[in-house]
Write a protein that binds this ligand. Sequence first.
Ligand code: BJW
Ligand code: ZN
Length: 262
Amino acid sequence: MVHIPQEVLERAAALVDQADRVVCLTGAGVSAESGIPTFRDAQRGLWSRYRPEELASPEAFEADPGRVWRWYMWRLGLVEQAQPNPGHGALAQLARLVSHLTLITQNVDSLHEAAGSPEVVHLHGRLDRFRCHDCGQPYPLRPQDREADRPPTCPRCGGRVRPDVVWFGEPLPSQPWQTALAAVAACDCMLVVGTSAMVYPAAQLPQVARDRGARLLLVNPEPTPLDTWAEIRLSGPSGVVLPALVARVEARKGRPRSSEAA
Ligand code: BJW
Ligand code: ZN
């Protein structure tokens, strides 16, 4: 049972409500209640058996493409079966309530879109898209590729096909990163949900917001390095905390815009 003090929730809702431009940065924790394991949970996390560099780096892929391919095919199966949870739903609803929300995610699933969030900035790519590791050519995944022990071959150059995600040591895709930076630099309230804030450059974004004077609000059941910077910390799972927060924002605003238009 999660207990969120009403006074803290009300203060958080007021920060969001009073902001002209809100940014939300999400991490793996927002999808945990959809059954997708986070990365750094010591018992159940995706990296409880391997070090991150053994699976999520170009070096790992080049050294053992089959192992990396099978890991991603397993994860793709998990993500395809997953449904958005109330946390995703609350963020989609928040976009309808506030005048300007930029939703930035580090997640490679598409559960924000599935929940109805209108525009999502994907910093670390997407697990449901594939491309050639050598020439970058997009590759439409075939059913037999899912069962294969090794990655398919690029029809254009013969290189290996890989998921269109960002591995350690690789630069973030330029356009999403620039969009994220600009949104964060211009926001007056930033919501940081379900991330350990340990992976750069994404972890830098809350610091940029804070340096520009934005109010920082954290949603996480565990402490993170951002705790000392945050104005408000809502401790608990995002599937519980976000619906409660967004309901408060909605109550402050009166009716949501979507129902006014109907
Ligand atoms: C809940 C919950 C619930 C649980 N509700 N919450 C030192 C300084 C700066 C940088 C570096 C450095 N040393 C090395 C670097 C670089 C490196 C880096 O940051 N390493 C760190 C480990 C230190 N970064 C990079 O390499 C990046 N690229 C780069 O820097 O390029 C430079 C360059 C420029 C020019 C040319 C070439 C290079 C790339 C980083 C890519 C990260 N990729 C991954 C894998 C994506 C593909 C895949 O999915 O397989 O992205 S790593 C992994 O971590 C994934 C995630 O998006 C990312 C962040 O993880 P996240 O989301 O925070 O998850 P967790 O598991 O860590 O945390 C979950 C949280 O949820 C926890 O806090 C829980 O408490 C919480 N939670 N249940 C709410 N119900
Ligand atoms: Zn190719």
